[in-house]
Design a protein around this ligand. Sequence first.
Ligand code: FES
Ligand SMILES: [Fe+2]
Length: 374
Amino acid sequence: MSPAAQFRTLPARYYTDPDHFRRELEVFFCNGWVCAGRADVIPNAGDYFVREVAGENIILVRDSASEVRAFYDVCRHRGTRLCTAAEGNFGRAIKCPYHAWTYGLDGRLLGAPHMEVPGFSREDYPLHGVKTALWDGHVFIHMGRDPNPINMGRDPDPLEGHLSDLPRKFAGWRMQELRLYRRIVYGLKANWKLFILNYSECLHCPSVHPALNRLTDYLGADNDPPMRGYIGGAMGFRDGMETMSFDGKKRREFLPGLNAEERRKVCYYAIYPNLLLSLNPDYMMIHTLWPKAVDRTEILCEFYFHPDEMAKPDFQAADAIEFWDSVNRQDWHIVEMSQAGIQSRSYTPGPYSHREALLHAFDQLVVEKTGFSG
Ligand code: FES
Ligand SMILES: [Fe+2]
């Protein structure tokens, strides 16, 4: 048997078993770093958005010291959810809609009407916080509790460890400077891992994305060795192509920090478990994945541009957005067909090619972290 033939796709239960799905949520989403979104969408004190992560509502809010903080959306009185909207501005305080307990933007309980109860102290009831960290404009959250109190003061799982060399690798894109222009929300009838697998190979590009394959050569991916926190690589443009759009023509200036080599390629990185970073020479596209069920995933697809470009009267973005909307829909369709086939009683794991090494690396991480073998 050749080495390549020994690597096979995962058994069906990884994509169909609700119990296994819950285990993955616990391991990847509740006990590791998850990308919640971008700091630039909450620029002012009191601005917030809510993300549902593994059934938990998490509030991301900009506090009055301009820090981004995260809290569970759970009132400390009788547990009620605080937020009725998915995004907005709290003003100076977060007020529970039930009995009007009021919290500061830093989570401290400021007011608790009618709590003249012996022994009650507001200091004992701040909102439950969630750890946050920023990378170049991306907001990450970590819901896991430190299992070892002896570590007090030392983060046992810093974001830097998860990202390893990515901050240095992508410094030229200066992602922090970019601003959200457009968000499209998609519903995918497939397991979240199938999205990552599909994103991480271009063998399907000639048959599924003929327009994309005219811009970059599907055999031209220059992949990094798989890391614990991510997989990915870059693809160089074909001659005469400058960016990912229907005609490959660039309608915006290069992002200002890129060198000559970075201007000639597009980078595709899947940062576990839910951030897919597509870095073009003139814009950034981000997918974030929000698993809803073993066979259902919500996908936020966002387009970011440099504010200097967006300020120009002749600024254009439709070339990029319409191109990727088309490619996205082609991907969703084939991934949903994949989910449907894997659910068949006839499905058995199939052999990976040597060009699917990143997929095998992700599978192995899933097997290792969820504690099941085979
Ligand atoms: S449940 Fe929030 S104030 Fe009572
Ligand atoms: Fe694709």
